[in-house]
Design a protein around this ligand. Structure first.
Ligand code: ATP
Ligand code: MG
Length: 241
């Protein structure tokens, strides 16, 4: 009787983990698909851009035709940006470390979040002090940023605001993500980094912060929830000699 109950408990504990594995598998598959589609789009897109450039040279500036072709070109360039974002993202799943410009990685990730998420009218404000280099896996850093940005988005109400700031202290590179949500409840502050801890039942696996903290620590850094802020502010800290 006793043993049976224990087994049942373990099964319950494993269920979300297994679900997460399935989700991760789906993500990898979607990433590969996205990279494949991006390649396929590039060739016809090149034709559109080259031909509109050619037409613009033939047309009289200021005419309606000119403006229309210009619009085709602008739209084409937007598509090109999206495709480049997808390709960059798909390429960097690896864990290899190298010297990376952290500010650029933050820029890319925020740009991707802006594009791929239907914004609930949330504005994302970015603040950069200047170029900031760290020794890290850019793919893993992106994963951390996506988790923190995802949490901020979930917590932020319609019309709210997320502020992403990148700066350095004497020894560390700091990326803070501050949202205008309700903040982390005092009663759960101690638990949010535990694997499987979530207050978003049914929607969250409770792995985002646990995985992110693991990545930060593997880089000799950490993630902290800043005390006494309005909304929630999480800071990724990485060594930057
Ligand atoms: N920006 C935030 N504002 C308020 N609460 C937060 C914020 N970020 C995290 N939390 C709290 O921490 C919990 C754990 O976060 P975590 O990212 O680990 O899991 P999750 O978001 O619930 O699920 P998953 O990330 O696996 O989809 C959340 O359920 C929430 O209660
Ligand atoms: Mg999360």
């Amino acid at each position: 009787m006793r043993r049976r109950r224990q087994f049942g408990e373990m099964e319950n504990a494993l269920a979300p983990y297994e679900r997460q594995l399935v989700e991760n598998g789906k993500l990898v598959a979607i990433g590969e698909l996205a990279a494949g589609v991006a390649h396929e789009i590039n060739n016809p897109l090149f034709a559109i851009l080259a031909l509109s450039e050619f037409l613009l040279k033939e047309l009289e500036p200021g005419t309606r035709s000119y403006e229309r072709v210009e619009l085709i070109q602008t739209t084409g360039l937007e598509i090109k940006e999206i495709v480049r974002g997808l390709l960059d993202f798909g390429r960097e799943g690896g864990e290899e470390r190298s010297t990376i410009a952290l500010d650029q990685v933050v820029r890319q990730t925020v740009a991707l979040v802006r594009r791929t998420n239907a914004q609930k009218g949330i504005s994302i404000v970015e603040r950069y002090e200047g170029p900031l280099f760290v020794d890290a896996s850019s793919g893993q850093v992106k994963q951390v940023l996506l988790n923190l940005l995802g949490n901020a988005r979930h917590a932020t109400p319609d019309g709210g605001r997320i502020v992403v700031s990148v700066r350095r202290s004497d020894t560390e590179a700091l990326v803070s993500i501050a949202d205008s949500g309700p903040g982390v409840d005092e009663s759960v502050r101690d638990r949010i980094f535990e694997p499987f801890f979530t207050t978003r039942r049914g929607a969250g696996a409770g792995l985002g912060l646990a995985v992110s903290l693991g990545i930060a620590q593997a880089h000799g850094g950490t993630i902290v929830l800043e005390p006494d802020t309005r909304g929630a502010t999480f800071t990724l800290r990485l060594p930057a000699p």
